[in-house]
Design a protein around this ligand. Structure first.
Ligand SMILES: [Mn+2]
Length: 462
């Protein structure tokens, strides 16, 4: 790969008319920001566009050099390549083409994909990480923190709770450069910097607990533990290690009372994980915590405001940061309205089958139905996955699935299951073990549900 990176650098240095295509999620936005920074510093004019995968097949290439990041390996991006053009791909998804593919071409084709080198692209490096190694080739180690953020956004650390492989190198660069503080085995509850802890705790939904969606209960618990007071509500970040220890003990006890025996071994992984603090960010900002930062990146992606997110990554902490906050606020409001609609009458809108549960989310934008589905999990049976449906513009159905982390720790990979079941009904899908999705034909919803339900026979603990 280092040889490929040297070549990538010289391809960029020898090009003046450059176009970048990157993906619309956190990883893709981070990739775009790193590439754009490299090109700026090299005084290279460039255009950047954030796209969905479906526009890439048989794309018209109109620039001297076209760079694809966090996508490209799985698409037929070069069918219209003209003689003398240059293509650079930095992608971690399964490649269609092998390393020899470039050999007999009359255009330059360089594909950097870890899978070609026997490196897993789900846990060891993602798109932003691959772009960071290119930055490093140019000597721009200061972009390491964006590589870390991309890996958080891509959920590269979900298998073990920490980074491995190439991700660990990026993480170390960020620590050495003074950009990142890694806290091992921290309490891992979302919103550590900006949400009062009693709010953050109430979103706990991997297991239905007395505190789930119940802020009266979370306040009572925190007061009882001597952590929080009525007129002095804290964020998780404001807790001492000793207070965090007390909270851990309490949560562990509460969860172990309600989970089946075989899940007890996974409880601490629900509560504890490494946390990532960006040291150059304002201590009170949501940009300080990597999870919160990545949520804001995704909010932009889902609302087609990737450029705002990219400018913040590139350093704008004034105008674009204001805009980013606006996008995040609107996004949260849209989510809350969608969730309100589904849960207002949860009894009738969430239908439970033997091995799964689902709701009809018609009217919810396809871009946010996955996030909504994840938040519905706290309102239904955590022992089964929850599936949300919504209609797309082109007469299809978007399917999203979320489940308790316990199911995935227990070895179920819903991304693989949804890939199979959706293709069985003439659609396509895939994703992570606990968060995945698919597109299926509009008349196949019932068949999809019954096949999915059957596929799970004997796999869940009830
Ligand atoms: Mn990615």
């Amino acid at each position: 790969m280092s040889e490929q990176y040297r070549e990538a650098r010289s391809i960029i240095e020898s090009s003046d008319d450059i176009k970048v295509y990157s993906h619309i999620d956190c990883d893709g936005i981070c990739s775009g920001a790193i590439l754009s920074t490299i090109l700026d510093r090299q005084n290279k004019d460039h255009e950047i566009e954030f796209v969905n995968l479906d526009v890439l097949d048989d794309l018209e290439l109109t620039h001297e050099l076209t760079i694809f990041s966090d996508l490209g390996s799985g698409q037929r991006i070069d069918t219209k390549a003209k003689e003398g053009q240059k293509i650079l791909i930095l992608d971690h998804h399964p490649p269609l083409r092998d390393l020899d593919y470039r050999n007999d071409k009359n255009y330059t084709y360089l594909e950097i994909n870890p899978i070609h080198h026997g490196i897993d692209g789900s846990y060891y490096v993602c798109g932003g990480g691959l772009c960071y190694f290119l930055a490093k080739e140019f000597g721009y180690d200061d972009l390491s923190w964006i590589g870390v953020l991309s890996a958080i956004g891509d959920m590269q650390n979900t298998r073990t709770g920490h980074f491995e492989g190439l991700n660990e190198i990026i993480q170390q660069d960020a620590i050495d450069g003074g950009y990142l503080k890694l806290t091992k085995n921290d309490i891992n509850i979302y919103g550590r910097n900006t949400r009062p802890l009693f709010m953050a705790l109430s979103y706990f939904s991997d297991v239905k607990l007395p505190i789930t969606n119940n802020t009266n209960e979370t306040m009572a618990v925190l007061e009882e533990l001597g952590i929080d007071e009525k007129h002095n509500r804290k964020t998780l970040n404001q807790l001492t290690m000793e207070e965090k220890g007390r909270l851990y003990q309490y949560l562990f006890g509460m969860i172990s009372k309600v989970v089946p025996g075989r899940y007890v071994q996974y409880i601490s992984r629900l509560i504890i994980g490494d946390s990532y603090t960006f040291l150059k960010e304002d201590p009170s900002s949501f940009l300080r915590d990597a999870s919160e930062f990545s949520t804001a990146m995704n909010a932009c992606g889902r609302n087609h405001e990737e450029k705002i997110a990219m400018e913040v990554l590139k350093g704008d902490r004034f105008v674009e940061l204001d805009r980013l906050e606006g996008v995040s606020r609107d996004h949260r409001r849209n989510l809350a309205q969608a969730i309100e609609r589904v849960t207002a009458d949860a009894e009738s809108s969430i239908v439970e089958l033997e091995n799964l549960q689902y709701f009809d989310g018609t009217g919810i934008k396809p871009e946010i139905v996955g996030t909504v589905t994840g938040m519905i999990l706290g309102h239904c049976n955590w022992k089964k996955p929850i599936i949300g449906f919504t209609q797309t513009d082109n007469e299809g159905i978007k399917v999203s699935l979320r489940c308790s982390r316990l199911l995935s720790y227990d070895g179920i990979h819903f991304g693989n299951i949804i890939r199979k079941v959706s293709s069985d009904v003439g659609g396509s899908g895939g994703g992570h073990s606990m968060a995945c999705g698919a597109y299926i034909p509009i008349d196949k919803k019932e068949e999809f549900l019954s096949r999915f339900n059957n596929e799970l026979n004997g796999k869940l603990t009830n």
